[in-house]
Each structure stands twice: as structure tokens, then as C-alpha cells.
Design a protein around this ligand. Structure first.
Ligand code: ATP
Length: 344
């Protein structure tokens, strides 16, 4: 029996309910198999604080470092001073510099556009998420936007390599280099250099972020791979989610050189937490990304077969109109998970 251990952060808000739903599907998909994924629950977020622990306990960091992979529900960070965002801390601790968010039209989910197929690649460690903020003088505060040549080039290379491997045709970088000449200027310059020097076979385009958002909303099918610095990537992810049915259907992964954390794009959605109505699909899709990633990394084709069977099962649910409320359906979180399991 091959066993793969995977730390799981259940998270806050809707986190525990969607994570339980997703694990029930993953477990159902692995019954009678000699290849077993074993979940290691680890704490983070408000739930960790409530148990008198740190926001991200050391054991959580140790387990993720040991297993080199994790599945993560959304976590909430208390607002106010003294707490670094959990997501930012995890990304920085493990140097998870590349966030990848595939945004695709979903069968059975009616939206304005039919053939959306975008991949958002977000630089995850710098920009305005540097955490450097200070009070210049009473009443005047400042946030520092950081860009380093190393990180800009690293994410540009990662994005082009990813686009190339996946056979994607075009990469568009978004920036505001007309205003932030140094920071966004560096991001744009390094991306163009990587294109010219290493990947001239891929079409390369640059868009000023504001005009680029308008163009994406007008016709997302004209875009392919999108490369953005940290904050623009955050905003663009939610904008693009709106093109395909909302935050309930956009998965994500954070990659470093040899460690990855898979999580949905959405947050902990406190407005609907604890009511069993959240859509677990974005986290389930993130788990499918994780299975495919592990299949490739560990050379275990059985895992990609498992990923495909889960994808076919949830696609069938959606086509049959079995959906949660955010997609216009009536199902609860657990009913949707049960319907996916029934289709496996
Ligand atoms: P964060 O700042 O952590 O990214 P956010 O402020 O963007 O979080 P979310 O928690 O992502 O907010 O929620 C935004 C909106 O989308 C909320 O109205 C929430 O109810 C809805 N939403 C988010 N995730 C889901 C989901 N899985 N199913 C249904 N609705 C969701």
C-alpha cells in the first residue's frame, strides 16, 4: 500500500464545512485502492487562536514542511495590529512565489461568456503585500510597494515556462508602469526580457491594468495566460471569477520550488458560515489540481485517474442542475458533496 500524507487546514468561516465536504469526496474516490491519501489535520487561523495557540502553530508549519504539500481551507486573520495575514505568512515562510488560478467556463453554469479559459499567475511574495507600513506623521500613513529584480524575473520565468509546458499561445502582463515607473516598470521589463530571451515562441502582450480589466470584461476569450504582481493578481482573480459563475468555482494553487499549497481563491465568507450553504466546488477543484500535481511529481498515474473521475463526477452534477445556491441551485454543501460521490 502506498501512503501519501497531506496536511489539511480546515480554516475558518465556511472553511470547516467545505473542507469536510471535499475530504468526503476524496475519500470516496479512493476506496478499494492501494494508493491512499492520509489527511493530517493541522490548525491555523481564528480556530487555532481560539484553542490558545498561535495564529499559525509551529506544528502546522512543521507538518507542511515535512510533507511538502498541503490542502488549505480559507482562514481568517483578526483585523487590526499585531497579526500578519495567514496567507501572506504561509506564502512567505515557504516561499510560495507563484499563485496559479485557472478560470474556466463550467459546464451547466450559465454566464455571459461560453468559452472562458484563462490562467492567472500572480506573484505572491512582494508588491504591496510586503507588510512594510508606517505612520509618517500623525494622520499620514504609508504602505511600501516592493519589487525586486530576482522575484520579478523568477515569476516571469515561471509563468512563461508554465505557459509553454501547457501549450498556451499567449501571455499578457498587467501593470501600471506609467505611474509606478520603478516597481511596475521592473515587473514589465523583466517579463519582456524573459519573453525575448527565452520564450519568443509565445505571444506576449502588455496591458495597463485598468484598461486591461475593461478588455477582459468585454471579451475574456481574447486572453490566455495572465501575469500580474501581487495586488493586481488578487483583484483580477475575483474579477475573472465573476466571468465564470463566481468565487465558488475558481480553484488555486501556490507553488514554491519544492512545496505547494492548494486552496480556493475565495475567503472564509463569514456572511454564510455555519449554514451548510457554501459551495465546496472551488476547494474540490483545488484538490483535483493537487491530485494532478502529485500524479506528475510522484509519477503516479492512478492519482490523475482519480482526479479525472472526480472532475467528471462534479461536471455531471452541474450539467444535471445539481448545484449550490451561489450557482442558482438549491443544494446544501453536504448534499452537493453527496451528489458528487454518487456520480463517482
Ligand atoms: P478574502 O479577503 O479573504 O479574500 P473576501 O472579502 O474576498 O475574502 P470572501 O470570503 O471570498 O470575501 O467572500 C466574498 C463573497 O463571496 C461573500 O459574499 C461570500 O459569501 C461569497 N462566497 C465566497 N466563497 C463562497 C463559496 N465557496 N460559496 C458561496 N459563496 C461564496
Amino acid at each position: 500500500m502506498t501512503i501519501i500524507e497531506i496536511p489539511v487546514i480546515y480554516g475558518d468561516g465556511i472553511g470547516p464545512e467545505i473542507t469536510s465536504a471535499v475530504l468526503s469526496v476524496l475519500d470516496a474516490a479512493q476506496s478499494n485502492s492501494s494508493l491512499k491519501l492520509v489527511w493530517i489535520p493541522v490548525a491555523a487561523g481564528l480556530s487555532a487562536l481560539a484553542e490558545g495557540d498561535e495564529l499559525i502553530p509551529q506544528r502546522t508549519l512543521d507538518e507542511i514542511a515535512r510533507c511538502r504539500v498541503a490542502l488549505k481551507g480559507p482562514c481568517a486573520t483578526p483585523v487590526g495590529e499585531g497579526f500578519t495575514s495567514i496567507n501572506v505568512k504561509l506564502r512567505k515562510t515557504f516561499n510560495l512565489y507563484a499563485a496559479v488560478r485557472p478560470v474556466r467556463s463550467i459546464p451547466g453554469v450559465e454566464t455571459r461568456y461560453k468559452n472562458v479559459d484563462l490562467i492567472i499567475i500572480r506573484e505572491n511574495t512582494e508588491g504591496l503585500y510586503s507588510g512594510v507600513e508606517n505612520e509618517v506623521t500623525p494622520g499620514v500613513v504609508m504602505s511600501m510597494k516592493v519589487a525586486s529584480e530576482v522575484a520579478c524575473r523568477r515569476i516571469a520565468k515561471w509563468a512563461f515556462r508554465f505557459a509553454n509546458r501547457r501549450g498556451r499561445q499567449k501571455l499578457t502582463v498587467f501593470h501600471k508602469a506609467n505611474i509606478m515607473k520603478l516597481t511596475d516598470g521592473l515587473f514589465l521589463k523583466t517579463a519582456s526580457e524573459v519573453h525575448v530571451n527565452d520564450y519568443p515562441n509565445i505571444d506576449f502582450e502588455s496591458n495597463i491594468i485598468d484598461a486591461g480589466c475593461m478588455k477582459i470584461v468585454q471579451d475574456p476569450t481574447k486572453f490566455d495566460v495572465l501575469l500580474l504582481e501581487n495586488l493586481y493578481g488578487d483583484v483580477m482573480s475575483d474579477l475573472c471569477a465573476g466571468l465564470v459563475g463566481g468565487l465558488g468555482v475558481v480553484p488555486g494553487a501556490n507553488f514554491g520550488d519544492d512545496l505547494s499549497i492548494f486552496e480556493a481563491v475565495h475567503g472564509s465568507a463569514p456572511d454564510i458560515a455555519g449554514r451548510n450553504i457554501a459551495n465546496p466546488l472551488a476547494l474540490l477543484m483545488s484538490a483535483v489540481m493537487m491530485l494532478n500535481f502529485l500524479a506528475e511529481k510522484l509519477q503516479l498515474p492512478a492519482l490523475s485517474q482519480r482526479a479525472t473521475s472526480i472532475k467528471m463526477a462534479y461536471d455531471k452534477c452541474l450539467i444535471d442542475g445539481q448545484k449550490t445556491r451561489d450557482l442558482g441551485g438549491q443544494m446544501t454543501t453536504s448534499e452537493f458533496a453527496d451528489a458528487v460521490i454518487a456520480n463517482l
